[in-house]
Design a protein around this ligand. Structure first.
Ligand code: C2E
Ligand code: MG
Ligand code: MG
Length: 463
């Protein structure tokens, strides 16, 4: 940070701000033993003092977190991790001058308290220097390790802020930076988002008991005959307080809060019972697809699937489980065991949103899967976008070469459906046929056969 007469009276190393709560009876109270930087308690205390001073409005906080550090401990043990942390600490210390305060908070997190001279761009420039610093690999015992950093920034513009709130805000911005890949500022929008997220978590704990969850079903049709061959069960939540909350919003919260396993169990139970009833009463050929969160993908799922099939009388081959690529990390032994056990039960496995994940294709070779669901983002730009045509065509060809079927999701126009049929895509799903519907609406549509007749690629002898 540039030097300035009116800079904040804090320094890295010997700090003139003497926090009340920290009496210097020993270094252990103020220093982190591994990096010799200030520890979390000390830095928070200094920050609190600064926020009470007249210069409070100029205080900026940067929360710096190493990306992928946990992998380092896995690869080389704690010795390697410790060397990298010491190196990271000394790089950051090299950036500090007399006006900043640097500490380590948490295992791979660092905090810098700096004078932003009343200008947020000063912090942004500082963050850029840190990002540049970590573009250089760490060298330990002749090997190189590339670890980036994620940086969150917060400023004390509202003087009501206390130190822990400011550190928390910078931490939230850092987590957002992890997703966006850039340094981020904490702002009011983020605070509102966090509050909503917290509310969702609280309300979701009681949603099932309150009868606020239900399933809707979206038809899946055979691309050649137009016949409805199945339905995807999709979860809906109408909260008494928040109204309708989209699954894209509440499912990640449920996953983080550890609620997904019990909600997922309920979804499976309901969907199997519903499909069992449809097949028994009037649609013996209809299958049901159920989305499975990666967090559900374990031994318990196998037992629960077996129990749901048993209770509902549903044929295992009429149940398809949809899992995204991020749930199929081939190196996880538990994943292989779960796939094998589910295949043994006879259920079908489908990869959802195919083409959007980061997973390598090796899992296709490794696991005996049944279906690929091509993500809506590719289908949307059919048939005019050449790249989307090429990718969709390649996915269909690959699925068939591996003995799998392909389903297109998000089909909205006849043109898209025709292009997909011509590429050999087996099944289609999307608003062209039907929006997700209540069980009663789905049953009506199935029995009057109107839905299937909306699309028929192969000319019928009796139109
Ligand atoms: P998904 O499994 O890929 O489901 C397809 C999503 O695309 C659904 O959104 C569906 O309503 C929407 N969709 C279908 N056809 C069209 C179309 O033609 N155009 C457009 N624009 N959208 C279409 P929804 O119901 O909001 O679900 C979003 C995601 O939430 C699902 O994506 C799935 O990943 C997740 N989800 C939903 N229900 C469950 C569940 O029971 N368990 C788990 N783990 N995830 C679920
Ligand atoms: Mg799905
Ligand atoms: Mg999908």
């Amino acid at each position: 940070m540039p030097h300035d007469e009116a800079a904040l009276p804090v320094r890295h190393g010997s700090n003139p701000v003497q926090p009340n709560a920290v009496h210097h009876s020993g270094y252990a109270l103020v220093l982190d033993s591994l990096t010799r930087l200030h520890n979390r308690v000390y830095i928070a205390e200094c920050l609190q003092q600064l926020l009470k001073s007249p210069r409070a409005a100029r205080v900026g906080v940067l929360f710096i977190d190493l990306d992928g550090f946990s992998k380092i401990n896995d690869i080389g043990g704690y010795d390697l991790g410790d060397s990298i942390l010491r190196d990271a600490a000394s790089r950051l210390a090299g950036l500090m001058d007399q006006q900043g305060l640097l500490g380590r908070i948490g295992s791979d997190g660092f905090l810098i308290v700096a004078d932003d001279h009343g200008n947020p761009l000063t912090l942004v420039a500082f963050a850029q220097r840190i990002l540049d610093l970590f573009a250089v690999p760490f060298e330990v015992a002749g090997a190189e390790y590339y670890l980036g950093v994620s940086i969150g920034m917060a400023r004390s513009v509202h003087d009501t802020r206390d130190a822990s709130a400011l550190i928390r805000d910078a931490g939230s911005a850092m987590r957002r930076a992890k997703q966006s890949g850039r340094a981020e500022f904490f702002n009011k929008d983020m605070q509102d988002q966090l509050q909503r997220r917290f509310r969702i978590e609280t309300l979701l704990r009681h949603a099932r008991a309150a009868g606020e969850l239900k399933l809707v079903y979206q038809p899946i049709v055979d691309s050649a005959s137009g016949e409805t061959v199945g339905a995807e069960a999709l979860l809906r939540w109408t909260s008494g307080e928040l109204g309708d909350v989209a699954p894209a919003e509440f499912i990640p919260v449920a996953e983080e809060a550890g609620l997904m396993e019990s909600i997922g169990d309920w979804v499976l139970e309901q969907a199997c019972a519903q499909a069992g009833q449809w097949r028994w009463s009037f649609a013996p050929h209809v299958a049901v697809s159920v989305n499975i969160s990666p967090l559900q993908f374990n031994e318990h799922l196998v037992r629960h699937v077996a129990a749901c099939l048993e209770r509902s009388g549903l044929d295992a081959s009429a149940l398809q489980l949809e899992i995204t690529e991020r749930g199929l990390m081939p190196d996880e032994p538990a994943v292989s065991a779960t796939v094998a056990a589910l295949v043994k039960l006879g259920v079908r496995l489908s990869i959802d949103d195919f083409g959007t994940g980061y997973a390598s294709l090796s899992y296709l070779k490794r696991f005996a899967l049944h279906n690929l669901k091509i993500d809506r983002s590719f289908i949307q730009s059919l048939p005019h976008d050449r790249e989307s045509v090429a990718i969709t065509h390649a996915v269909v060809t690959m699925a068939h070469a591996l003995g799998m079927t392909a389903t297109a999701e998000g089909v909205e126009t006849r043109e898209q459906a025709t292009a997909l049929f011509e590429m050999g895509c087996d099944m289609l799903q999307g608003y062209l046929f039907s929006r997700p519907a209540s069980p009663a609406e789905f049953a009506d549509a199935l029995s009057d056969a109107d839905l299937g007749n909306k699309w028929c690629a192969v000319p019928q002898s009796n139109p």
